[in-house]
Design a protein around this ligand. Structure first.
Ligand code: KIV
Length: 276
């Protein structure tokens, strides 16, 4: 008999690291996906700003707004998942001023129903993180290849390759832990550096393109399912080809309509009675 899974909290993830249990996190932006992820037993759901690319079709995450994330987060939260629901603070929603950052994190909780927020950046973000935590909102950090800094990076390039850059990332992770983050996403950094970062903090690291030594792994669900049609990064493992399944189903429907074989008698209502 399956034992009842408890609601996951930031402390659940920290405890999992202590016990050496790996953490699985995936993105969701809508109600049914959140329900299915929860049925599958995921520990954390990220309402990521990747929604801008994989759902809204933008080239980067930069155009994503608070309104976008709130709308998608609220749909996810309505599924009442046992997984911890984390919402991304979008570009420029936490870097203009500390009071703005707290207000925006608060909106994500109050209007979007998230249970924690994630923001990108290292030591420079410490005052922002402390202020959000003071408002009693748990914060997850995100370092390495931070997609909101794409204009500064000049492309989606692996970070932390030189000794100096690697040192900076280790220091950034320690700074995020000291600031009170309950976890850190490590994106697109060498596997041996991710192993070093993971060993140097007591909060869980969740890797994406950061090798197997992280305490957990996250992927963008649309990449994993093969829905997103653009070129995927090397770190993605595609578990399904839903794009092909969807195309086949759409073609079958079109053919049925053209042939007149849909709707069949089983899809039709009988007449001859009384209107209700
Ligand atoms: O927006 C997102 O989906 C993310 C993950 C790639 C970690 O930040």
């Amino acid at each position: 008999m399956e034992t009842e899974r408890r609601k996951a909290t930031p402390r659940t993830l920290i405890r999992m690291k202590k016990k050496g249990e790996r953490i699985a996190m995936l993105t969701a932006y809508d109600f049914p996906t959140a329900e299915i992820l929860d049925e599958a037993g995921i520990e954390a759901i990220l309402v990521g700003d990747s929604v801008g690319m994989v759902v809204h079709g933008f080239e980067t995450t930069l155009p994503v707004t608070m309104a976008d994330i709130i709308r998608h987060a609220a749909a996810v939260a309505r599924a009442r998942p046992r997984a911890l629901v984390i919402g991304d603070l979008p570009f420029l929603s936490y870097t203009v001023s500390v009071p703005d950052a707290v207000a925006n994190a608060g909106r994500l909780v109050k209007e979007g129903g998230v249970e924690a927020v994630k923001l990108e950046g290292g030591r420079a973000m410490v005052p922002v993180i402390r202020a959000i935590l003071k408002a009693s909102i748990p914060v997850m950090g995100h370092i390495g290849l931070t997609p909101q800094s794409i204009l500064r990076f000049g492309g989606y390039v692996v970070q932390g390759k030189s000794a100096i850059a690697a040192e900076r990332l280790v220091e950034a992770a320690k700074g995020l832990e000291d600031a009170g983050c309950f976890g850190i996403v490590l994106e697109a950094i060498p596997a041996n550096l991710a192993e070093r970062v993971t060993a140097s903090v007591s909060i869980p690291t969740i890797g994406i393109g950061a090798g197997p030594s992280c305490d957990g792994q996250v992927l963008v669900t649309h990449d994993l399912l093969g829905i997103y049609g653009r070129k995927l990064p090397r770190y993605v493992k595609q578990y399904a080809d839903l794009r092909a399944s969807m195309r086949d189903s759409f073609r079958a429907f079109i053919q049925d309509v053209k042939k007149g074989s849909f709707p069949g008698p089983e899809h039709c209502y009988d007449g001859g009675g009384e209107d209700e």
